[in-house]
Write a protein that binds this ligand. Structure first.
Ligand code: ZN
Length: 464
């Protein structure tokens, strides 16, 4: 029959446009075709009915910050493995980062990158291009960059994850990048870092504490966050001067948060991001002692924790991005004795929803706020709201069925990452995604990813 739906998802708790309702989401041709109440829901004609009455339904997560290592570092991760893990973690849309080989700092490289992603992805994917060459920013915007990313951090003593072609340490270059990105109207994502001060603190840390993971953790936080805070102050000033849409990554210092809060109060186009490693792992010195290089990353000292969580709850921090950043065990093992030679970063994309749901269970965060942080706000940031990031008629039918009572001790055994380990190993969680639906097709169901490589779509902003 012609008015049959492709899929109907029934639940007494569906979060649609920020409000809960009881009934069903009816999907046709990949989009939400209707939202109906419980009585009508019982006899909607549908090819498939998903009974989610034991759980709740939220929009699929939108992750604006993933490092899939593809191409160039596919011994760590690749787009198929990374997006399968994403689907299992309730993520339906992802934007990957440009520290691949070659870095995506020209239109040709961006085109090749998106073609490679199209063949491999199981979820919808777009790309944050490398903005390090000011002259190339306009062409990258024309060819489908969703945003631009630059690191103020440059690697010393290792050549990854901040290789040349991704980092900017010259103020005059950074300022021109702000100018050029402003012209495109796209957001600029910056990893804030004062490289010159950091070099000083690394020298001191090596003298005082040697080269192990503890020394590395302390070096970045020497001077009580000044390496991060001076960078944030500079970025905010460049933003004020140019009017650029600025997205500040890895926010985790008291003063940095205060600076961002004040700038945002002036109505400026600034967003801020927190990352799960800093919310659940490296904010505990005990966990750093246990997991060492596998969770570093940046240490967040105890005195900065409350400010960070306040900012996550009150909206000063807008977005939680997974910062999924796998490396091999061999690469990480070096870090027990010389973390300055080991790469920072860890896999995360499959587990961060479970970790955040645990905070919902603990009463730290509401489920509505979680959805804003991990779905709605990132969709807005990337320019895909309301097609993504919400459940409403006309939006893509990207849905996650969540079981709020599912208890699980996280384990690498069930993780789909190519690297075979998980920094989240052993963490106790409550709440988990049980079904992930993208554009009306079931990608993941109770432990199994059913979507095939290449079945996701590449997202390019509509440049009119
Ligand atoms: Zn990152």
């Amino acid at each position: 029959m012609s008015d049959q739906f492709d899929l109907v998802v029934r639940s007494p708790r569906i979060l649609a446009d920020g409000a809960w309702f009881d009934g069903a989401v009816a999907v046709r041709d990949g989009a939400v075709a209707a939202l109906v109440g419980p009585r009508e829901a019982a006899d909607l004609p549908a090819r498939r009915v998903l009974d989610a009455r034991a759980g709740c339904v939220i929009p699929g997560l939108v992750d604006t910050h993933a490092h899939f290592r593809d191409p160039g570092y596919t011994h760590k991760e690749d787009i198929t493995a990374g997006t399968r893990a994403a689907a299992a973690g309730g993520v339906t849309t992802v934007f990957d980062m440009p520290n691949v080989d070659p870095p995506t700092n020209s239109a040709e490289r961006l085109r090749d990158h998106l073609d490679n992603a199209a063949a491999k992805t199981v979820i919808d994917i777009g790309h944050n291009a490398s903005g390090v060459v000011p002259e190339r920013i306009a062409e990258l915007a024309e060819h489908g960059a969703t945003a631009f990313k630059v690191w103020q951090m440059r690697d010393i003593g290792r050549d990854y994850p901040h290789p040349p072609g991704t980092s900017v340490t010259e103020d005059q270059v950074l300022y021109q990048i702000f100018e050029e990105v402003t012209r495109t109207g796209l957001p600029l994502y910056v990893h804030p870092h004062n490289q010159s001060l950091y070099d000083l603190f690394v020298r001191r840390a090596r003298q005082r504490w040697g080269t192990d993971f503890r020394s590395y953790a302390r070096a970045l936080r020497d001077g009580d966050g000044v390496v991060l805070n001076t960078a944030i102050a500079q970025l905010l000033e460049f933003q004020r001067s140019t009017g650029c849409r600025l997205h500040i990554l890895h926010v985790a210092t008291r003063e940095g948060i205060e600076l961002i809060r004040r700038a945002k109060q002036q109505g400026r186009p600034i967003t801020a991001e927190a990352n799960p490693f800093a919310m659940f792992l490296t904010n505990s010195w005990d966990l750093i002692e246990q997991k060492g290089p596998y969770c570093l990353g940046f240490w967040v000292p105890e005195q900065d924790n409350p400010a960070m969580w306040d900012a996550i709850v009150d909206g000063t921090i807008d977005v939680v991005g997974s910062d999924h950043g796998p490396h091999t065990r061999e690469e990480k093992e070096v870090g027990w004795t010389d973390m300055y030679a080991a790469p920072g970063g860890q896999p995360m994309i499959q587990h961060y929803l479970q970790l955040m749901l645990t905070k919902v269970h603990e009463g730290v965060l509401t489920l509505e706020r979680l959805v804003e942080l991990a779905s709605t706000a990132p969709a807005k940031l990337a320019g895909y709201y309301p097609r993504k990031g919400t459940i409403r008629v006309g939006a893509d039918a990207d849905l996650v069925v969540v079981d709020l009572d599912h208890e699980e001790v996280l384990s690498a055994e069930r993780a789909l990452y190519r690297c075979g380990w998980a920094s989240t190993e052993g963490l106790k969680t409550r709440g988990a995604p049980v079904v992930t639906v993208q554009r009306g097709r079931v990608l993941y169901e109770r432990g199994t990813v059913t979507a095939e490589a290449g079945s996701g779509r590449v997202l390019r902003p509509d440049r009119g």
